[in-house]
Every structure is written in structure tokens, then in C-alpha cells.
Design a protein around this ligand. Structure first.
Ligand code: SF4
Ligand code: SF4
Length: 473
């Protein structure tokens, strides 16, 4: 890294971390929350689904009063419903390699962890895992790998992306690969963009430098400046959709939430577009990890408050929840703002097929919700949700600012619901006859207000019945 670049990343990171400003926001929020009327006014504004200022978000995150907390959840539920209706986008992670040169204290993949079995899939094995995911019904994945420039160079990741996209199984394929790999340079991000990734996801883990440095003992990830400026570099490299995430449990959840929202504002100001998604993992048990060292673990209610405040503050960012959470928490979080969910996940390398027997020995963390994809889809449908396998935007070039423009104007709604219906139909025909009830599709079609869109959707549903696949609006 040359000095000028190093200084540029340091400058971006300093701007994002600004502990003094975040503490001042939290303090102002604590003062504001004493007035119920003021909180209710913020919630009223939030229900317009135009987002909140950081000051307003800080007031909501400071709420301790049970009644106000319920009111926040109610407002978040309304915004969630207005924007996402009953849709939930489904995906699964695909772990390709777990070598890692970093020592992150919360992660089982830390190189210090000698109990972890290390695996790196060959391209043939990656294709086999891809076939397994396709045969489960998945269409969208998050590619995951440790950081190891020797064992897992970027060229390996790029080859893996090509291998995954190349697989066609019974005329089906994985249609969107989001990528969750270590921070890299602008050239690296450009290569990922050219490989046609969906969203580039990188968790900040903690926004407080002190905590970050304490948790990341050694390795490239311990460089706070390089890591914190990564989303800026990704956008400079041409990636339009980036995802943020905090690992809840490392530091005060209120601090981290306001810091992540602040990061979103800064990215939008600097690069023209904010984050496409926000992830909210909580620290979980992992092989070789001492979970006693995380004093900031959240209660379920605090966790739900985080989801609600994020939803109200950034109405158009997808909120992602993993199978780390229990079915009960997942169901509650869905009503408040979560819009994407992993299902039938395996966090081990090759765990879907090639190294199924060893998946516990290669897993990054343990999962709580172990249902199959069809089970999750059935249960969501029974609960009134519409599981969606839609990947349309990325494939029509509706990304970055084009996506945000449509999202903020509400026009994206014209296609989200129909696409959810069409992709659910395809999944049901191929994998889940229980959700292929004609009356359901008739009823959902009637709810599409735009006549032309309704006719187009009806036509696509009929074409799927006749055997066509991969249709979208
Ligand atoms: Fe490696 Fe990522 Fe785990 Fe850190 S969190 S040890 S970088 S896989
Ligand atoms: Fe997502 Fe676009 Fe599909 Fe809507 S239409 S669900 S925004 S990919």
C-alpha cells in the first residue's frame, strides 16, 4: 500500500469511527427519550418510510420504557409491511474454504484454532455443492471464505464464482452470488464486479476502534483503517451494492447501531448510494471460542429493538437474518423489519454434499434453525408470508443508484411482489407441492393493482406450469 492510499483509507476510517460524535448522539438520544411525546413524534415521522436522522435514531435506540418499545416495534412493522409487504427473500451461504491467517477472537476460523479442520474445495467440489444447493431449491447464495492470500487468493474466489455460475442442473441454476470475503483493494473489487457478483458484504464487526483492535489480534483484518474503508473501495471498484454488518455482542449494541447508521449516511454522501443490506448477527458458540468473553450479549428484546430502529432509519436497506437465530426470534424479527433470511444453511466447508460427514468439524459457527428449505418455506407461507427467490433486479441492471431511486420512489413495489409470486411458484412446482395451491396464486394475483403487471404475472405463472423456468419482471 503506498502512503497516499494508506492516508486516504485512514481518513475514511477516522470519519466513520468518530467515537466522540457517536457518544454525543447517544447522549442526546438519552435526553430526548425522556419525553414520550417527542418519541411518539419521531415514530409518526418514521411511519412515512422516509428514514430518520441519526439524532432521531439515537432517541429510539435509547428507549427502555416497555410501552415505547412496543410502539417502536409497531411502527417498524408498519414500515416493513408498507415496503416489503409479506415477502421474505431466501438464500443460503456457501462456504468454499476455511483457511484463515487472521486471529479474530470470536471466530472458529482463526488460525490459532487448532481444533478446526481446514478444507478448501476444488472447483469440481464447488460445482457439486452448487448442484446440492440447486437441488434444495436455492437460487441465491452468499459465498463465504476465510482470508488467506496463499491458500485462498482472489483468483481462487473468482474461479469459484465462475464455477458456481457455470452449473446448470435440471435447467435450474444459482442466479445471484453475493460475496462475503475479506477486504481487498480497488483492483480486487473491480475484478469481483467483473465476475458479476451481486452484493459485496463485509461486516465491520465493531465500529469502536478499541474494541475492534482487541477482537482482531493479528492478521490483515486487524488493520482497522483498511477494513473500515473497504466499502468505499468496493464502490470505487464499480460494485454498486454493498452490505454492512455488526457482530452484536462485541460492544454496546446501542453504540454499534448508531455507528452503523452513521456509516450508511457517510457512504451515501461520499459514493452516492448507501448500503444495500444490513446484517445483524449475534455472537454464537463456535469450536475453540471462549464465549464468556463477550459481556455485551443482547437480550432478545434488545435485539428486536435493533432490528426495528434499523428498519425505521433506513427503510430501503434489506435486513438479513441468519440461522444463528432461533425460529421464534426469526419469526418475531420478520414482523419488524427483516427482509432476507438464510434457510437450510450449512456453515461448514462442503457441508451440503461433498464433506457432509465432517461439516461440524469445519463449521464457522453453530446454527439454531436446522429446518430444510421446503420446511421454512411452508412455515413462512402458513404464517402469511410469501417466500421469494427473486433475483430480478441484479439481472436487469437495477442496482446501485438506479435501484435506490426506484426503491425510494416506491416504484420497485410494482415488480417485487409479482416476482416473489412467480419465483415462489417455480420453487413450489419443483420442490414443494404443498405451496402450489392454485387458489393462493389466484388470490395473490388479484392483489396486484396494476392491470398490465397483473396480466404479465399471470402469463408467467402459466408459462411456469408449462415447464418454462427463470421468468421475472
Ligand atoms: Fe478469518 Fe473472518 Fe473468521 Fe476473522 S472472522 S478468523 S477473518 S474467517
Ligand atoms: Fe429484490 Fe428487485 Fe426482486 Fe424486488 S424485484 S425482490 S428488489 S431483486
Amino acid at each position: 500500500m503506498v502512503d497516499a492510499a494508506r492516508e486516504e483509507w485512514a481518513q475514511i476510517a477516522r470519519n466513520i469511527e468518530n467515537e466522540q460524535e457517536i457518544m454525543a448522539l447517544l447522549e442526546a438520544g438519552r435526553e430526548r427519550v425522556d419525553s414520550h411525546d417527542e418519541v411518539l413524534a419521531i415514530l409518526k415521522k418514521a411511519e412515512e418510510a422516509k428514514g430518520l436522522t441519526l439524532e432521531e435514531a439515537a432517541a429510539l435506540i435509547a428507549i427502555e420504557d416497555e410501552e415505547l418499545r412496543r410502539a417502536t416495534w409497531e411502527a417498524a412493522g408498519k414500515v416493513k409491511h408498507a415496503i416489503y409487504g409479506n415477502r421474505v427473500v431466501m438464500f443460503a451461504p456457501l462456504y468454499v474454504a476455511n483457511h484463515c491467517v487472521n486471529n479474530c477472537r470470536y471466530c472458529g476460523y482463526s488460525f490459532k484454532n487448532k481444533e478446526m479442520m481446514r478444507k478448501k474445495l476444488t472447483m469440481d467440489e464447488i460445482k457439486e455443492e452448487t448442484r446440492a444447493l440447486i437441488n434444495m431449491g436455492h437460487k441465491r447464495i452468499a459465498l463465504e471464505a476465510g482470508e488467506d492470500p496463499v491458500n485462498i487468493p482472489l483468483s481462487y474466489i473468482l474461479d469459484a464464482i465462475g464455477a458456481i455460475y457455470s452449473v446448470e442442473e435440471n435447467a435450474l441454476n444459482l442466479r445471484r452470488i453475493n460475496v462475503n470475503i475479506a477486504a481487498t483493494d480497488v483492483a480486487g473489487y473491480k475484478a469481483l464486479h467483473d465476475a458479476e457478483i451481486g452484493t459485496y458484504i463485509l461486516f465491520q464487526e465493531s465500529y469502536r476502534r478499541k474494541t475492534y483492535e482487541n477482537m482482531h489480534v493479528s492478521g490483515p483484518k486487524s488493520n482497522f483503517n483498511y477494513h473500515t474503508s473497504a466499502h468505499h473501495r468496493a464502490m470505487m471498484g464499480g460494485i454498486e451494492d454493498v452490505g454492512f454488518g455488526v457482530l452484536y455482542g462485541l460492544d454496546d449494541w446501542r453504540y454499534e447501531t448508531i455507528a452503523m447508521l452513521r456509516h450508511a449516511h457517510i457512504l451515501e454522501k461520499d459514493q452516492g448510494v448507501g448500503p444495500h443490506t444490513l446484517s445483524v448477527p449475534r455472537v454464537k458458540k463456535a469450536i475453540g471460542v471462549d464465549n464468556e468473553m463477550f459481556p455485551y450479549a443482547l437480550t432478545d428484546d434488545e435485539f428486536l429493538q435493533v432490528v426495528a430502529v434499523l428498519r425505521l432509519s433506513l427503510p430501503y436497506a434489506g435486513i438479513i437474518l441468519s440461522t444463528r437465530e432461533s425460529i421464534e426470534v426469526r419469526n418475531r424479527a420478520l414482523t419488524l423489519g427483516v427482509s432476507q433470511m438464510s434457510a437450510a444453511s450449512c456453515t461448514g466447508v462442503g457441508g451440503y454434499s461433498v464433506y457432509k460427514e465432517e461439516k461440524e468439524k469445519t463449521a464457522q459457527f453453530s446454527i439454531t434453525d436446522e429446518r430444510s428449505l421446503a420446511e421454512v418455506v411452508r412455515s413462512l407461507a402458513q404464517g402469511g408470508y410469501m417466500p421469494s427467490f427473486c433475483t430480478a433486479c441484479y439481472r436487469c441492471g437495477r442496482t446501485g443508484d438506479r435501484f435506490m431511486e426506484l426503491a425510494k420512489s416506491g416504484l420497485i413495489q410494482l415488480v417485487c411482489q409479482p416476482n416473489a409470486l412467480v419465483t415462489l411458484k417455480e420453487f413450489s412446482l419443483d420442490f414443494c407441492p404443498e405451496t402450489n395451491n392454485p387458489a393462493y396464486y389466484e388470490q395473490e394475483l388479484e392483489k396486484i393493482a396494476n392491470e398490465k403487471v397483473r396480466a404479465d404475472t399471470k402469463d408467467k405463472l402459466a408459462r411456469l406450469e408449462k415447464g418454462e423456468r427463470d421468468l421475472y419482471l
